[in-house]
Design a protein around this ligand. Structure first.
Ligand code: IPE
Ligand code: IPE
Ligand code: MG
Length: 255
């Protein structure tokens, strides 16, 4: 990596947890006169670049939106290619991720995937579970609404079994039942592809995330675009409901 994309200690406020909506593969391919699926394949290199950037800059967690609950509605052929690509990438990348100390987790309703893919996911998660350089979450068959409903179901079951009373449920306990539990809050959300929307990504977890929208299409995303987002993040004043004066005087801790 060039020194221009590597942060120097104290120079930048780094986000601890970055989430990315990797959008624009289809349009990227179309601009080149190719099939949409060509864009998905090209997007894998941008995934590698983002993992590299996160590792080299000591970001603790990176959560990538790979396939939404709603993406099943796409043409069958495109969904098939995406599933095959997910399988292929898991097979080819896990060894290197493990060697680099990356912990891989797949978040989302994985029950809908085929047995082969589920078994690959389980193996990859098990192999990397003790790594601590970076937590890489791949959100697949993920929806923010699903995540919230899933947490509610788990909590309701515990109340029913008498393990909990409804009054015990607070924000901390609720959070512990969501997909990204145990990780720092999402500090920075990046969306490529030029659209300014959330598309049912991390609804609960983004309460205080800083948002960065890039017009780059996902296959063109690289360390430099990631760094631009981090520079932008670093220049913002996060107030968490306080006044700017309170933050500047540092009398009140922001969180
Ligand atoms: C994002 O790129 C990848 C997935 C949603 C799987 P798109 O496939 O949505 O690309 P555009 O937005 O149509 O260009
Ligand atoms: C969001 O992109 C999902 C992923 C990047 C995996 P979409 O392309 O599906 O979002 P919409 O349909 O434009 O909102
Ligand atoms: Mg899209």
């Amino acid at each position: 990596m060039s020194s221009s994309t590597k942060s120097t200690a104290n120079a930048l406020t780094m986000p601890r947890h970055v989430a990315i909506i990797m959008d624009g593969n289809g349009r990227w391919a179309k601009l080149k006169g190719k099939l949409r699926t060509f864009g998905h394949k090209a997007g894998v290199e941008a995934v590698r670049a983002s993992v590299r950037y996160a590792r080299e800059n000591n970001i603790q967690a990176l959560t990538l939106f790979a396939f939404s609950s709603e993406n099943w509605k796409r043409p069958e052929e495109e969904v098939g290619v995406l599933m095959d690509l997910f399988t292929l990438v898991l097979k080819s990348e896990v060894k290197r991720l493990n060697k680099n100390g990356v912990r891989l987790q797949v978040v989302g309703d994985t029950a809908r995937f085929g047995d082969k893919l589920v078994s690959l996911i389980n193996k990859a998660e098990k192999l990397t579970e003790h790594n601590s350089e970076l937590v890489l979450n791949i959100a697949a068959n993920y929806g923010g609404r699903w995540d919230i409903v899933n947490a509610c179901q788990q909590l309701a079951a515990k109340v029913k079994q008498g393990e909990l009373s409804a009054q015990d449920i607070d924000e901390t306990l609720f959070d512990q039942h969501t997909s990204l539990h145990g990780l720092p809050e999402v500090d920075l959300l990046i969306r490529t592809g030029g659209d300014h929307r959330i598309s049912n990504f991390l609804l609960w977890q983004m309460a205080y995330a800083e948002l960065f929208f890039s017009s780059e299409l996902w296959p063109d995303f690289d360390e430099h675009v990631f760094h631009q987002a981090v520079l932008d993040f670093s220049s913002r004043q996060r107030r968490f409901g306080l006044t700017g004066e309170q933050i500047e005087s540092e009398e009140v801790a922001p969180c």
